[in-house]
Design a protein around this ligand. Structure first.
Ligand code: GLN
Length: 502
């Protein structure tokens, strides 16, 4: 394994800046490793050597002319397949979009390119980002680099396995209910969901528009912060985009200080239902924060009990409407049925063949929840719960600067273990969903290995809306507490993938 692939993105950026290594060398090294090992992890759905190396050469040329386009100039990145890329297929893990090359780049894609970052490829995901394991990808599941018989989380398991397996130094994710934070927790990496509206959704293949948010997947908190700085910012193409700047996340990380910090432990997410080893890691984090001088208080969020139920009405409702655009007419797959091909029959045959079981399940749920006579009982009630959750969080943030919870109830489970039990799959997001319903930022940082199985656990840090910098500050403080214990970010301890081959 080349030493380059074990470096953090910020270290790689420094090496490129000081011309000790070229962007082309770095990109080629990651690209070759990704090509060699992708059959083990299925992190990527699409890899394109030519476009990646051309972008790296352009970055090197700019550098030689004294132009550094961003603090991540020359550092390669993997993009979740939910983001439109005009030079590569963008399928969102679905058969219905197989081979579809968008006519334009998402704003995030444009920003990444403008930052001088070569795109290595597109990462695997649950179909239309519905899932917690990538097992609902139409192209097969990604695997966890810590143990290839286990899931890397979802829906962004392609990004989390690419970053934790060192098949990319950085990646993007999309988080509607936890799809950045949950995969980060179970792969020992860092994943952040910014405040709703902080990063543009223009060119993002939509799941649930009032919940979707794009964010960074990285090996360190600083790397995640640097990437959020690249992709965030006002975009007139997204009507929910936040106009004001939220400041520099990287600056917040670099100046992190614990003085006066008040940390809230959410009562409803700190006791029952967590694997004992995960709970022990969480208690240890809280003890460390307290020992370092933070004031720890308990906060009560009684409405969190209904978060998963409300989410699984709001998400399917919005998804069923967003997915109506896959009609076989405008783009994507078209299946011609036998007999008289009326437009309705072509649409039905296409959607029958093009969508997988989880997508169909949610379209049915969402259509039902929105149908007349049921709308108020289901969708209306769920929206009320959403307001209650926002009120709980507002009360909690009046007592604490940030809230902490375990990110996931368990460490990575075995492939196949929850595939036939949708409810068990949905419950993986019990701690992450409230942030999406309230639009607030959340990040997952590694906080140890669970004692039962020696697999990574993550702690989630939540901050009030638009206070992403505060969230990064605390994430960085927690990371530093563990670097003392491990000698490096946890990711350096991931078992070598090559050794698991076979
Ligand atoms: N696991 C959740 C779901 O299936 C989260 C999805 C997401 O964040 N994209 O809906």
């Amino acid at each position: 394994m080349s030493e380059l692939v074990t470096k953090s993105a910020s270290e790689l950026a420094e090496l490129i800046k000081s011309k000790e290594v070229s962007s082309k060398e770095v990109t080629e090294t990651f690209f070759d490793r990704a090509t060699d090992l992708n059959h083990l992890t299925l992190s990527y759905l699409h890899l394109n050597r030519e476009t990646a190396l051309a972008a790296a050469e352009a970055a090197d040329k700019a550098q030689s002319e004294g132009k550094s386009l961003s603090p991540l100039h020359g550092v390669p990145i993997a993009m979740k397949d939910v983001l439109a890329t005009q030079d590569a297929p963008s399928t969102a893990g679905s058969k219905i979009l197989e081979g579809w090359i968008p006519p334009y780049d998402a704003t995030v894609t444009k920003k990444v390119r403008a930052a001088g970052m070569p795109i290595i490829g597109k990462t695997n995901m649950d179909e239309f980002a519905m899932g917690s394991s990538t097992e609902f990808s139409a192209y097969g599941p990604s695997k966890n680099p810590w143990d290839l018989t286990r899931i890397p989380g979802g829906s962004g398991g392609g990004s989390s396995s690419a970053v934790s397996g060192h098949l990319a130094p950085l990646a993007t994710g999309s988080d509607t209910g936890g799809s950045i934070r949950y995969p980060a927790a179970v792969t020992g990496s860092v994943g952040a969901k910014p405040t709703y509206g902080a990063v543009s959704r223009y060119g993002v293949i939509a799941l649930a528009s009032s919940l979707d948010q794009i964010g960074p997947v990285a090996n360190t908190v600083l790397d995640a912060a640097l990437l959020q700085d690249v992709i965030a910012g006002y975009d007139p193409m997204d009507s929910t985009s936040i106009v004001e700047s939220l400041g520099s996340m990287a600056d917040a990380v670099r100046t992190a200080d614990i003085t006066g910090l008040k940390v809230g432990v959410v009562k409803q997410l700190s006791s029952d239902g967590f694997q004992p080893g995960v709970k022990a890691c969480f208690d240890d984090t809280v003890a460390k924060l307290s020992a370092a001088g933070a004031e720890v208080v308990e906060v009560d969020c009684p409405s969190f009990e209904y978060a998963v139920a409300a989410y699984y009405l709001i998400l399917p409702a919005e998804a069923s409407s967003n997915l109506a655009r896959y009609d076989s007419v405008r783009f994507g797959m078209r299946v011609m049925p036998e007999g008289n091909p009326t437009i309705e029959r072509v649409m039905a045959a296409t959607r029958e063949a093009g969508f997988g079981p989880e997508v169909k399940r949610r379209i049915i749920l969402g259509t039902y929840a929105l149908s007349s006579g049921y709308y108020d009982a289901y969708y209306g009630s769920a929206q009320k719960v959403r307001t209650l959750i926002q009120q709980d969080l507002a009360a909690a943030f009046s007592k604490a600067d940030v809230l902490v919870t375990p990110t996931a109830p368990t460490t990575a489970f075995k492939l196949g273990e929850k595939l036939d039990d949708p409810l068990a799959m949905y419950l993986n997001d019990i701690a992450t969903i409230p942030a999406n319903l309230a639009g607030i930022p959340g990040i997952s940082v590694p906080n140890g290995l669970a004692h039962e199985d020696s697999l990574p656990s993550g702690v989630q840090i939540l901050a009030p809306a638009k206070q992403d910098a505060q969230m990064y500050r605390v994430a960085s403080l927690i990371e530093q507490m563990y670097v003392g214990e491990w000698g490096a970010p946890l990711i350096s301890k991931v078992p070598v993938l090559e050794a698991q081959n076979g």
